[in-house]
Design a protein around this ligand. Structure first.
Ligand code: AMP
Ligand code: ZN
Length: 127
């Protein structure tokens, strides 16, 4: 199994080179937004931006610094990162004043994933 971590947000191809160069993050939109986006909140290794095309009154995206293409590669995160990521999602939702909300991760194009850098949608604010 190819466990190479892609850093460019592109789809994995059979001919993918073995060692990703740092500059390959430059053509991943969310790697770029991690570095220079308009962040609503941030903590070590994670940032939050507002979705450019909101599907709810409040629609945030939680983006990890560590590039993985999708939730399928969640095992690349350590247990500590997993916990901090989930805690941060709950904290950001609370900070936005949300009590009821959805946390969504689209995994793969057929499920609606359009940006191939793991991200968590927080959608709420209906009531
Ligand atoms: P997904 O379809 O689950 O991969 O989610 C990608 C999300 O990123 C979509 O909801 C888009 O509206 C959002 N998006 C795309 N480009 C930007 C951007 N430049 N800034 C903020 N959100 C974006
Ligand atoms: Zn990326």
């Amino acid at each position: 199994m190819n466990t190479e971590r892609r850093r460019d947000g592109a789809r994995q191809g059979a001919e993918a080179p073995a060692s990703p160069a740092p500059e390959r993050t430059s053509d991943c939109l969310f790697c770029k937004l991690y570095r220079e986006g308009d962040h609503v909140a941030a903590t070590d290794g994670f940032v939050v931006i507002r979705d450019i095309n909101p599907q709810a009154p409040v629609h945030l995206l939680v983006i990890p610094e560590h590039h993985v293409d999708s939730f399928r590669e969640i095992s690349e995160f350590s247990a500590d990162e997993d916990k901090r990521m989930l805690d941060f999602i709950a904290e950001v939702a609370a900070r936005e004043g949300l009590t009821d909300y959805r946390v969504v991760v689209n995994v793969g194009p057929s499920a609606g994933q359009t940006v191939f850098h793991l991200h968590w949608h927080i959608k709420g604010g209906w009531a």
